[in-house]
Ligand binder design. Structure first.
Ligand SMILES: [Zn+2]
Length: 272
């Protein structure tokens, strides 16, 4: 599942292969891409889970992979590993074909236009690329979200800070010993800061490549603390890991009832 670390690595890889190259062909699902054909790519950047392909003529192609999106690249004559109808973006250069399958969002923006400014303003600071100012972060959280909003929704809200997806959400709540359904109003500001700092650390630690890891790499007990471990014993206390869909987006959350609170919203106890 693409999270901020995945998109950051993707932007770096695409930057190397696309910058300075001219688009010989570009097809977008449901959008006219003719304004970008024959243009040189000037930069590829990311912000949270959004990817921006910037062109020399001042236009920007913004995409968001959502839960199922993926970029592939192929030599011009090679068969694709997914069906053509799943292609959201097909970008051809002289040497390669870059295909983005199953994107959640694709749009063309003017670089200096109000929509790009607006798209970036709606995103909080990028947890990988920007330093977190604790008071600004807490201020954004409390100003943007109601007091009853649970922590699962706080962490996924890209307006507060950009980059956390569903895997890191569960992992960060476990590492900070927080009940997933604890309301924002009952969560002290230092805890909010700690949650985002831990998320930023994990996102940066996973930029090296290989599968996503939130645990010590060398103990042979798995890569993640709770995500995907429903009904298995907690790696800290042995209690059975719980799994339930929670929050406004009905996303799956994994948690330890002993380390984080039995109902997901109960008592708070930091893991030892
Ligand atoms: Zn536990």
């Amino acid at each position: 599942m693409p999270e901020g670390d995945t998109v950051h690595k993707l932007a770096a890889a695409l930057r190397i292969r696309l910058c300075g190259h001219i688009t010989r062909g570009l097809k977008l699902k449901r959008l006219d891409a003719s304004a970008l054909v024959g243009c040189k790519v000037s930069n590829v950047s990311s912000h949270g889970k959004h990817l921006f392909l910037e062109f020399e003529n001042g236009l920007v192609l913004r995409s968001h992979l959502g839960m199922y999106g993926a970029w592939h690249q192929y030599p011009p004559t090679e068969a694709w590993r997914k069906p053509v109808w799943q292609a959201s973006i097909v970008l051809e250069t002289d040497q390669r074909v870059f295909v983005c399958f199953n994107a959640k969002e694709v749009e063309i923006l003017p670089a200096q236009g109000y929509r790009l400014v607006d798209a970036r303003r709606r995103l909080g600071p990028d947890l990988i690329q920007e330093r977190l100012a604790p008071d600004v972060l807490v201020g954004r959280a409390r100003a943007l979200l109601g007091p009853e909003v649970p922590l699962v929704d706080l962490l996924l809200d890209q307006r507060v800070a950009a980059g956390i997806g569903n895997v890191y959400k569960s992992e960060v709540l476990f590492l900070e010993g927080q009940p997933p359904l604890a309301p924002l109003a009952a969560t002290p500001s230092p805890v909010i800061v700690a949650l985002f700092r831990t998320a930023a650390e994990l996102l940066r630690r996973n930029l090296q490549g290989g599968p996503r890891v939130t645990r010590p790499r060398d103990d042979g007990r798995g890569r993640l603390w709770v995500y995907g471990r429903a009904a298995l014993p907690c790696l800290r206390c042995g209690a059975e890991i719980q799994r339930r869909t929670m929050g406004a987006n009905r996303r799956v959350t994994y948690w330890c009832p002993d380390c984080q609170g039995s109902s997901g919203g109960g008592r708070t106890r930091r893991p030892p």
